[in-house]
Write a protein that binds this ligand. Sequence first.
Ligand code: SAM
Length: 247
Amino acid sequence: PAGLHLVATPIGNLSDITIRALEVLAAADIIACEDTRTSRVLLQRYGIQGRLVAYHEHNAASAGPKLIAAIADGQSVALISDAGTPLLSDPGYRLVDEAVEAGVSVVPIPGPSAALAALTASGLPTDAFFFAGFLPSKAKARADRLAELKSIPGSLIFYESPRRLPDCLSAMVETFGAERPASVCRELTKTFEEYRRGTLSDLSKHYEETGAPKGECVICVGPPLAEAAPEGEVLDALLRDLAGDMP
Ligand code: SAM
């Protein structure tokens, strides 16, 4: 059917694709992707020919309106990214905005995303969480952003390049404190998939020692720790003070 289909694709293991994703990709008139060579590998694996066109940050202004015009003309367009769910730290937001504006149908075909895969296996609370995407790479901007995120009452999810992981964890210890529970997961769904869980300080120490690891990674940080409850004497004094204020 005509419309813009946001199709999630694997984040490593090529078997992680839904039956519906394959059906939508096979039926699409146009498959818009970040890198046609990367996407060709996936499509070839499933015998999907598909007309691939590039859609990325640098050509969004010119490619977007053409895709919207094709949809308005009755064509089915599938948007995919190099890995996982499009729009999550990947191109597509602008295209969806334009499609909504043009009144054409926009439908997600859900599937893998590194953010949710990492959070669910992190051992951290999942009832409320904040997806923070990539942090700024410059130290000052990163520290400012971490300060903004510090008090959010939920788990935090970050994408990070392995090269910056040791610096990033030490900046987190600095702003969030050493004791917040956290996890680093690398190479999700791939052969060398690895989870490391501990306090921010444990993880920071580990990667200081080993240096930057290889592979893609996601950092999850647990919610702020509850302030320690006031102890007996302090509590008594507080209550006496309060009682003094009573009429
Ligand atoms: N759209 C993708 C998604 O839904 O997960 C994310 C794209 S973003 C450009 C790439 C980042 O996602 C990587 O730097 C890494 O932080 C994370 N990532 C993607 N695949 C991963 C994997 N297999 N294991 C760990 N992290 C991964």
